[in-house]
Design a protein around this ligand. Sequence first.
Ligand SMILES: [Zn+2]
Length: 210
Amino acid sequence: MDTEVLDKSIVLCHSCDLVVRKRALPSGVRALCPRCHSNLYDTPYCSINGMLALCLSALILYFPANFFPVLELHFLGSIRTTTIFEGAMSVANQGYWVVGAAVLIAAVVAPGLLILSVLMQILIVKYLLHNPFFRRIYKLLLCQQPLLSQLTMLEIYMISIFVSVFQLSDYTDLYFGIGTFCFTMLFIMVIFLQREYHIEHMWSLLDEKP
Ligand SMILES: [Zn+2]
């Protein structure tokens, strides 16, 4: 119990073990060790409202990104389109159901849950943190957060799209659909969201408003 209280006001330098008392920093500023100048801690770059804006943009992009065509193939007069969801299902239908499930989880399910989870945390912090029921939900969401952000691997899907585009472009005419644009924007939003999101900061909000 006592160590918990100490942990919040005092920080040890990772390099030289100097004990430094934490102070409130302006946004985007990093505290350096006075003795060896290594990084001690920094403040989150983004306010709760900034994360809310990122979350809402990601949520708006999520549905067109997953259900509109990502690629359009023109091959010998026939036109084929595919969405991320269909791609995962067709891989599963060919017998590679582990691959299909991995794509579904990493590119569709986990990013959706991640966005919803952060959105709920922000709404609870903004309006409902005084309510004991929502405090409990907030704690549960924070405990799940590291797992969700590890499962979210949009970048792997982006890379695989690029690889297949380069391989297929020799044989067919490829066109990017509206889904490609939305998926790329979703990818950027989720990167920024994960960059702004600091789980220690989210935990500390719980102590500020008991
Ligand atoms: Zn130091």
